[in-house]
Design a protein around this ligand. Structure first.
Ligand code: FE2
Length: 282
């Protein structure tokens, strides 16, 4: 069987069909997928739900899985797989103001680490009947379309990323002592160059980027607000409607994502996630 690859949107992403996620992929298919991934930043592989072990083996064709920060989400048998349950189990769990749900905030995974995960693999295990889409925005395209003088001004800037920032509308989860000791603030370039494709992207995590180095807070907030408006423009976005079993692999080096957290109370929404090791952003 030959695999099919077709675009999911103007902005980013391809859908992959004909790939058997249980079997070992053919070398030539894997090459095609890696090429499409670098060009389009997100792969959607239609599959059936996989066991954590099979999911981990599949993800490892694209990089090396790493342990994730929050201990209580790790799978008991395959610790590099985290189970993310975003179900509203009670009416109280869903606030009237949905910006208070952390997942609704735009972010790139793991940027509070010195070496953030390069890729996230996420598989839908249970999805609600409405809402719950994961939204993506292409920060490489957003960088490319900046006026030249803005590119020049931003090129040498760097920013502080923290486990949480006053700028985010919802608070991050409380950490235990060990987790706290692993999350000191880090500084990353505001414009990063992709270590495999060489393209540049705006590396700004609205949930975690606290301030731009060398600016006072007020000046920094003005700049970050401007960038927020720029990178979240609809033309840079793709919204994924989950089908149970879908595997999304996306590039944290040049995409940000957020969740439409408006979905029914009591309807299950659950995913399994793997993060693939990355290098220090440059
Ligand atoms: Fe995320």
């Amino acid at each position: 069987m030959t695999i099919g690859i077709k675009p999911l949107s103007e902005a980013l992403g391809v859908e992959v069909t004909g790939l058997d996620t249980i079997a070992v992929p053919k070398v030539e298919d894997l090459e095609l997928l890696k090429q499409a991934f670098l060009e389009r930043h997100l792969l959607c592989v239609r599959s059936r739900p996989l066991t954590p072990k099979t999911f981990s083996r599949f993800a490892s064709y694209f990089g090396r899985p790493q342990l994730q920060l929050l201990r209580d989400q790790r799978d008991g048998d395959v610790p590099e797989v985290s189970i993310l349950d975003s179900t509203y189990k009670t009416a109280d769990a869903k606030p009237d103001d949905l910006t208070k749900v952390r997942l609704s905030g735009w972010h790139t995974d793991d940027s509070y680490f010195a070496k953030p995960a390069k890729v996230t693999a996420l598989q839908g295990l249970a999805v609600p009947s409405t809402g719950g889409q994961t939204r993506f925005a292409n920060t490489h395209m957003a960088y490319d379309e900046l006026p030249e003088d803005r590119k020049t001004a931003l090129n040498d800037m760097s920013a502080v990323h923290a486990y949480d920032t006053r700028r985010a509308t919802a608070r991050a989860r409380t950490l235990d002592r060990t987790e706290q000791s692993e999350t000191s603030d880090v500084i990353h370039p505001l414009i990063r160059t992709h270590d495999e494709s060489g393209v540049k992207a705006i590396y700004f995590n609205p949930n975690r980027t606290d301030r731009v180095m060398g600016m006072d807070l007020e000046e920094s907030d003005v700049l970050l607000d401007e960038l927020y408006g720029w990178i979240t423009q609809p033309k840079y976005q793709y919204h994924h409607e989950w089908i149970v079993g879908d595997i999304l692999l996306w590039d944290n080096r040049c995409l940000i994502h957020s969740v439409n957290v408006d979905f029914p109370i009591g309807e299950e929404r659950r995913h399994q996630r793997i993060l693939l090791q990355g290098d220090r952003p440059v």
